[in-house]
Design a protein around this ligand. Structure first.
Ligand code: NAD
Length: 381
């Protein structure tokens, strides 16, 4: 007797990266995957650090299991990349979706190749309008920017808002946010809600309007460097020198500096030098969101908070994870929208003409060879 082929299984194991609390599937997206015809298996406790109990997954239609059993799935969803040993446990040709950074670790890349996995590192997803609902970089940057401001408010020995009290008037904190991408705009919005006097700076001129629409002031440092595809480009030496000179003077008046500047595919731009930090007021705070990719501030130490001559510099690397519940909700919806491109009627079906799949999958797919040119026809006339 031949059994009918089973519908595919989507699995989620607990994240193992230190400090990672997020989870790639929530009970909400579990329910949607089950409705789309998939079997879902979740490792016991996979969502607990984000606030999602095993029972909630069970009620949403998942089977709870040990990690080894879950890894027998057809599609593994994750936030951070699993260790190579786990990747090697996946079945040949399985799909894996997450912030996989395959090129950051040769052993990881080897494991993906060895098992012939369809790896979809979501950081490779083209940021087109159609991909917005799948854009984990944006959703997670939003949480990181929000938490960066809260961290700064916690560290700075001041109120953020202006207060009129019986003990006199308190002036509002002056907050400067460098880099007004997704994280920076959220940091600005959060600082404004807390009542600070906020300025934002970015090298892309279109950010002026975005910064001002949040009730903040655009800090003009005389540099404009719009690059390809709506991103910033690396500054020339002259532009950088001009930016540094004006910024150094301005930083003397700032209480809180939040750095979020990035250039895709490159180390974070070095914007704040040790000399600029030395010129800041004691009691000022720098929160450097770019810590993981080298830091916008020369003195940032990733994952640490240091005091340099009275200026506190924090280099957090887990801000999105600190808001694990909402960050996971957004991440899981992004992932569900992405896998919906290739899970149809409970089956795997890749349309490699879809640029979102074709440009995200790793390793790069071999270009489709051009059809052979037909031999020149001779009529014999
Ligand atoms: P990012 O994380 O790559 O960079 C953060 C910010 O740093 C950017 O605004 C960049 O201009 C700025 N920056 C770079 N070098 C700088 C320097 N030397 N000084 C000051 N600032 C500097 O950016 P992001 O948040 O991922 O997004 C950047 C852009 O992409 C935004 O316009 C955003 O709206 C756009 N975006 C579009 C989509 C979409 O259409 N689907 C999705 C996400 C983001």
């Amino acid at each position: 007797m031949t059994e009918a082929p089973l519908a595919l299984t989507v699995g989620v194991v607990a994240e193992t990266a230190p400090g990672e609390r997020r989870v790639a599937m929530t009970p909400e997206t579990c329910r949607k995957l089950v409705a789309a015809g998939a079997h879902v298996r979740v490792q016991h406790g996979a969502g607990s650090r984000a606030g999602f109990a095993d029972e909630a997954y069970r009620e949403a239609g998942a089977g709870l299991d040990a990690a080894d059993a879950v890894l027998a799935c057809d599609v593994l969803l994750c936030v951070r990349p699993p260790v190579p040993e786990r990747l090697l446990q996946l079945r040949e040709g399985a799909a894996i979706v997450g912030l996989l950074a395959p090129e950051a670790d040769p052993a990881r890349a080897d494991a993906i190749r060895t098992r012939g996995l369809h790896a979809f590192p979501l950081e490779r997803l083209p940021r087109t309008t159609r991909a917005q609902s799948m854009d984990v970089l944006s959703s997670q940057a939003g949480m990181a920017g929000y938490k960066a401001t809260l961290l700064a408010a916690q560290l700075v020995p001041r109120f953020f808002p202006m207060l009129t009290t019986a003990a006199g008037t308190i002036r509002p904190s002056r907050v400067l946010v460098i880099g007004a991408g997704v994280a920076g705009l959220q940091a600005i919005a959060t600082a404004r809600r807390l009542g600070a006097q906020v300025e934002g700076f970015d090298v892309r001129p279109e950010t002026r309007e975005q910064i001002e629409s949040l009730g903040a002031r655009f800090l003009d440092l005389g540099v404009s460097a719009a690059g390809e595809g709506g991103y910033a480009r690396t500054l020339t030496e002259e532009e950088r020198a001009e930016q540094q000179k004006r910024l150094a003077a301005h930083l003397k008046q700032v209480d809180v500096l939040i750095c979020t500047a990035a250039v895709p595919g490159r180390p974070a731009p070095r914007i704040v030098g040790a000399d600029m930090v030395a010129g800041m007021k004691p009691g000022s705070v720098i929160v450097d969101l770019a810590a993981e990719s080298g830091g916008n501030c020369e003195l940032t130490r990733p994952g640490e908070t240091v005091d340099v001559g009275g200026v506190v510099i924090a280099g957090p690397v887990d801000l999105a994870s600190q808001g694990a519940l909402h960050a996971s909700e957004m991440y899981a919806r992004n992932v569900f929208n992405f896998v919906s491109l290739f899970i149809r009627d409970g089956r795997l079906s890749y349309d490699w003409d879809d640029e979102l799949l074709a440009r995200t999958v790793w390793p790069d797919r071999a270009p489709v060879p051009a059809p052979p040119v037909p031999a020149a026809q001779t009529t014999g006339d």
